[in-house]
Design a protein around this ligand. Structure first.
Ligand SMILES: *Cc1c(COP(=O)(O)O)cnc(C)c1O
Length: 396
């Protein structure tokens, strides 16, 4: 029976994987190796469906627990966890793509994903095509030219523009491609891409899933057959394995994911409304605001609007100069999805040069969201008035 997310976040995978222990809370299993029967095959290529644990790079009870919990929250058959979010992305790409093939990637996505495409995938002679995934005509045009994989990120980092996953999944399949979705900004409490037709979901578990800023990790969720192959052909051999200690921390963080996401969303909506009305701000983009260019899609595709928003001001240099003195609660730092409110400035030209390398039409659309630059804000779980007070002081 499918568990409600509030229950799955607490129970999924838990008890099965720490028998014969009777502890209510899962113990950490840090063992790198396991006692095996002399009959057990050694090679990863020979691993059977119900193979016992042999060596932690191939599988471990604490990792398995987390894999099952993440899969359960996404409504997928199976999950795999990795040492980082970027390892989850690059492992899936290594698994799906070979030289001569094309991959369509959100033109605006986590900068590391775009940089991986621009450098490593190009070197492997894989053609990386950046596409504005909010433009379905652009997606279809590129699909007509042939693609193996479509890689969409929604809401995308940093401008929180959305991709209509149901439509992009339909188009991808129509043209023989598969769809992978980086759902880090949404979390399964907002959007479950597999239910909308995606073939794979990816998370940086470092962000909302872990939620406490103390463990780096990543995950891919998909069909059991595909996850078995991804494990055997890439994860085990490229070795981007998660530490069981991090898995234990992230599993502990996931317990409160449903509660945290509600509060992140509530706080973000209040901060977004405050900033939007503030005389010294220029534009605020948040999927939960009527002013978001895709508000209708946000209502359709997101059960809650998550905690990520962007702020544009007339004079970012002045605001940046006030940060050290005026931020008492908010941290000026990269990353997101933590209990603490984080913000970071992203200059449009600099980001384009280092990572996005957009065409002029792509840049035009980006500027509609971000102008010359934006403060990306990950709204935390602090008392909302304390968060707002920091911005009141900062923008004064
Ligand atoms: C942070 C992030 C990643 C990379 O994750 P790491 O855990 O830092 O490796 C990938 N995608 C998105 C959307 C992210 O925000």
């Amino acid at each position: 029976m499918k568990k409600h997310p509030a229950t799955a976040a607490i129970h999924a995978g838990e008890f099965e994987h720490h028998k014969p222990s009777t502890s209510s809370v899962p113990p950490i299993n840090m063992s790198t190796t396991f006692l095996v029967d002399p009959e057990t095959p050694f090679s990863a290529n020979l691993l059977e469906e119900d193979a016992p644990f042999i060596y932690t790079r191939w599988g471990n009870p604490t990792l398995k627990l987390l894999e099952e919990k993440v899969a359960s929250l996404e409504g997928g058959e199976a999950g795999l966890v990795f040492s980082s979010g970027i390892a989850a992305v690059t492992s899936l790409m290594n698994y799906k793509l070979k030289s001569g093939e094309r991959v369509l990637v959100s033109d605006i996505a986590y900068a590391g994903v775009r940089e991986f495409g621009n450098h490593y995938l190009k070197k492997m002679q894989i053609e990386v095509v950046p596409v504005n995934m909010s433009d379905l005509d652009a997606v279809e045009t590129e699909l007509q030219r042939g693609a193996k994989l479509v890689f969409a990120e929604t809401p995308c980092n940093p401008i929180v523009r959305l991709t209509d996953l149901r439509e992009v999944a339909k188009l991808s399949h129509q043209y023989g491609a598969v769809l992978a979705v980086d759902s880090t900004f949404a979390s399964p409490m907002a959007t479950r891409p597999l239910e909308l037709g995606a073939d794979y979901v990816i998370h940086s578990l470092t962000k909302y899933m872990g939620g406490h800023g103390d463990a780096i990790g990543g995950a891919v969720v998909g069909s059991k057959a595909e996850m078995d192959k991804l494990r055997a052909t890439v994860l085990i051999h490229q070795g981007a394995i998660m530490s069981p200690f991090n898995a234990w921390l992230i599993n502990r963080g996931l317990v409160t994911l449903p509660l945290r996401m509600k509060q992140h969303s509530e706080n973000a909506l209040q901060l977004a409304a405050f900033l939007q009305d503030h005389p010294n701000t220029k534009q605020v983009i948040y999927p939960g605001l009527l002013s978001h260019p895709q508000y209708e899609l946000a209502l359709r595709q997101m059960d809650l609007f998550s905690g990520m928003l962007t702020l544009q001001v007339d004079n970012p240099v002045k605001v940046l100069a006030r940060i050290n003195e005026h931020l008492k609660t908010v941290h000026y730092a990269v990353s997101l999805g933590h209990h603490k409110t984080l913000m970071y400035y992203m200059d449009t030209e600099a980001l384009n040069e280092s990572s996005f390398q957009m065409s002029s039409t792509q840049m035009e659309d980006y500027r509609r969201y971000a102008g010359d630059g934006i403060f990306r804000i990950s709204v935390g779980l602090e008392f909302i008035e304390d968060i707002i007070e920091d911005f009141r002081q900062l923008l004064d």
